[in-house]
Design a protein around this ligand. Structure first.
Ligand SMILES: Cc1cc2nc3c(=O)[nH]c(=O)nc-3n(C[C@H](O)[C@H](O)[C@H](O)COP(=O)(O)OP(=O)(O)OC[C@H]3O[C@@H](n4cnc5c(N)ncnc54)[C@H](O)[C@@H]3O)c2cc1C
Length: 351
């Protein structure tokens, strides 16, 4: 759903106070913090919906460290952030990559996306998380034939796998988590890894072995040689190991978890100071080395940075206050609590 509700000016460029690159949890909460200060935002994301990693990688997993929420799934967090920012009416430009950054004579910034959307604003906030994250794919013939039909790299809906014979490939957290979480729903579950050692959290490794011991999970050790099936429908996967030689593991669906490549993408070419492949920022303002360009969430780097959602929420608040001076250079910013500001309460529709 590209360009939901966008308004454009005569020259075709959208005008706003702040352009946010990335609609993950941190980009969404940034809309809220900016909105509290009266600043409007346009959000660009390559994905087809908001939520970043929470929506794409673990929508049904439970997050336990969002303050005051005993537990909340990735999808619920995205939905509630969307509800929280709704009063500020942000414009989303989905399914497009922020590609070009240009400084205008006015001092404002122009962002152009790979499908030609142009947005101008005095401030750009990069909330690009892991960047254009793409699954690492196994080097196997016929991958494309099965991809999206019976071979997947993420679990969008657990229900999609209900009653199927599922094969999970990989040895890290995602492979182990999904082996444990999906096994109650599926008709059969095989976990395939090239050696009998796993990189995941010990508690999940133990849970997986417990399922193997009760016969609920078939643990197959070996290298995947071939995908077998027709018309996009997998029937089995051929493995090879030193002990067993070549052997087939039957499956209706395969989930391959070989990790993600996290590429900064075009942002790496925008001339910003980088640190350990992320964007270096000041911890007072979350401004980058380029005035007027800010970076928050997983994509920013500073000493002690933790890639946590709550860290990104904190960064959003400080960033918004610093952005205000660019977007409203002639206005004074008054700090207000939401509990006592009738102006904020009116904006949020609180009676
Ligand atoms: C399996 C798993 C479990 C996790 N569990 C927890 C947990 O329990 N608690 C916790 O706090 N954190 C957890 N995390 C980490 C948490 O998800 C991240 O810290 C959080 O998603 C970072 O949010 P973000 O908005 O900075 O980035 P992201 O969620 O990565 O969103 C960034 C968005 O930017 C977009 N983007 C990037 N570059 C461009 C571009 N050039 N143009 C357009 N769009 C672009 C991407 O498509 C993406 O949607 C977990 C992560 C994983 C993978």
């Amino acid at each position: 759903m590209p360009d939901a509700g966008a308004n454009s000016s005569n020259d075709g460029a959208h005008k706003t106070d702040v352009i946010i690159i990335g609609g993950g949890p941190v980009g969404l909460f940034a809309v809220f913090e900016l909105g509290l200060l009266g600043l409007s935002a346009h959000v660009v994301d390559i994905l087809d919906r908001p939520g970043g990693q929470c929506a794409e990688l673990y929508p049904e997993k439970v997050i336990l460290d969002i303050p005051s929420r005993l537990k909340i799934t990735g999808a619920e967090l995205c939905n509630e952030l969307m509800a929280q920012i709704a009063p500020f009416n942000p414009t989303f430009h989905f399914q497009q990559m922020a590609e070009k950054l240009e400084k205008l004579e006015t001092g404002h910034w122009r962002i152009a996306t790979d499908i030609g959307t142009v947005i101008e604003a005095p401030v750009v906030v990069i909330a690009g998380g892991g960047g254009s994250f793409m699954p690492k794919k196994p080097k196997l013939d016929r991958l494309e034939e099965f991809e999206g039909k019976s071979l997947f790299y993420a679990v969008r809906r657990m229900d999609q796998f209900r009653g199927l014979n599922v094969l999970i490939a990989g040895g890290g957290d995602s492979a182990l988590d999904w082996t444990v979480n999906l096994s109650p729903f599926v008709a059969g579950m095989s976990l395939v890894h090239r050696r009998n050692e796993f990189r995941g959290m010990q508690v999940t490794v133990d849970q997986m072995y417990a399922l193997v011991n009760t016969g609920k999970v078939n643990l197959a050790i070996g290298d995947i040689l071939r995908l077998n099936g027709e018309g996009g429908q997998l029937k089995s996967v051929t493995l090879k190991s030193t002990e067993k030689g070549e052997f087939d593991v039957a499956c209706d669906a395969m989930l391959a978890f070989y990790g993600l490549t996290m590429k900064l993408g075009p942002i790496a070419n925008w001339g910003l100071n980088m640190d350990t492949n992320r964007v270096a920022v000041s911890t007072e303002t979350f401004e980058t080395s380029t005035p007027g360009i800010f970076c928050i969430g997983d994509m920013c780097h500073y000493p002690g940075k933790l890639k946590l959602i709550l860290s990104g929420f904190h960064e959003s608040a400080l960033m918004a206050h610093a952005c205000f001076h660019y977007a409203r250079p002639n206005q004074k910013l008054r700090f207000e609590h939401t509990t006592s500001s009738s102006a904020i309460q009116a904006k949020l529709g609180v009676p």
